[in-house]
Design a binder for this molecule. Structure first.
Ligand SMILES: [Zn+2]
Length: 348
């Protein structure tokens, strides 16, 4: 049996659109709503929300086998306003582990709690080369020294507050999406790329008139970057959970941008041997380019479910992403490999 064809134009458009929707953890509703609207075109799926705001899509089929689940997350790294400075600029508190040097000079949107949007950019607090000379290169890039300069007239705390900006307002870094020669370069491919993999797999199967071999829950998580996204929302009847999240590419890693990876172990622990074996078998059966790897600083939503008491066999697959939690990059070969692996799993 061959796998259905992937509509790569659709995949790319969906991914780029999703990347351009700001969705830091805690403020991911617009991205959840976007995926919900997209999935609503597939009448095979029953859509629901968890109380925490995650999206669950159930594809129910007649089968004696217990259901399975796949999860990927739409929430991303970001920040909130921590402090409004005397000069009207903002100090931030980071959501997840964004690396300050990677967002220095990046554009941001501040989404105010009153529904407004204010533009700005991230700078060190002694940015002017004509004032501070070389001292700026020595400034530690940390919470203390990074600030947001707003593109609105304000030079005082009071004027900034008058813009409707408050402590705790969401700050989203521009993703800066570019697609060139099969490469997708953007922040937050972790894990929007894998949400696109799931949606593309559903679309390809639906259009080919195929159904999964057993009922499936697709769990689109909204709190992964803070460690507990899929801790809730996977029904107890689910026997296997495949987490679809980025693979780590860089020095010392086996993963690359042109393959999908099966993660055997990350810093939170080891995955399920039986399900790993099944995933490897499927990759080999369908000639899907894949690696196995070990991730040094990594925990997944599947592990969050395990830690919360979830009793499932658990695996983690995903496309290779270079420079993760920094300015990330993926390639269509690794992305397609992941979509194919998802379809192979669904059809098995
Ligand atoms: Zn992730």
């Amino acid at each position: 049996m061959t796998l259905p064809t992937i509509d790569t134009n659709y995949f790319t458009k969906f991914l780029v659109d999703l990347l351009n929707i700001a969705s830091p953890t805690g403020f991911a509703e617009p991205a959840i709503a976007f995926v919900e609207k997209e999935l609503s075109q597939f009448k095979q799926l029953e859509l629901s929300r968890t109380r925490k705001g995650a999206l669950v899509a159930k594809w129910k089929v007649e089968s004696d086998l217990p259901p399975v689940a796949l999860t990927a997350h739409v929430d991303t790294l970001g920040a909130v306003v921590k402090e409004i400075k005397f000069n009207g600029r903002l100090k931030l508190s980071r959501i997840g582990g964004i690396q300050w040097p990677s967002v220095e000079t990046e554009g941001v949107w501040i989404f105010t709690s009153k529904g407004g949007k204010v533009r700005g950019s991230v700078l060190i607090d002694n940015a002017s080369g004509h004032i501070f000379g070389a001292a700026g290169t020595e400034t530690p890039r940390n919470d203390e020294h990074m600030e947001v300069r707003l593109d609105v007239r304000t030079i005082s705390e009071g004027e900034t507050r008058d813009l409707g900006i408050n402590i705790g307002d969401c700050v989203a870094f521009d993703p800066r999406v570019e697609v060139t020669n099969g490469f997708v370069r953007s922040r937050f491919l972790d894990d929007k790329a894998c949400v696109a993999n799931l949606v593309a797999a559903i679309k390809s199967m639906a259009e080919a008139g195929l159904s999964p071999a057993r009922s499936v829950y697709f769990h689109i998580s909204n709190y992964e970057e803070v460690g507990h996204g899929a801790a809730a929302g996977i029904p107890a009847e689910v026997a296997e959970l495949v987490t679809v999240d980025m693979a780590v590419v860089g020095a010392g890693q086996e993963s690359d941008e042109f393959s999908a990876t099966l993660c055997i172990k990350d810093s939170a622990g080891v995955y399920h041997e039986g399900l790993n074996k099944k995933m490897r078998g499927l990759a080999e059966q369908y000639n899907i380019p894949y690696k196995t790897d070990v991730y040094p600083f990594y925990g997944s939503d599947g592990e969050a479910f395990w830690r919360a008491g979830g009793d499932v066999a658990l695996a983690l697959i995903g496309p290779g992403i270079d420079a993760s939690h920094n300015y990330e990059r993926a390639h269509m070969d690794g992305l397609n490999a992941t979509t194919n692996w998802i379809m192979a799993y669904l059809l098995d």
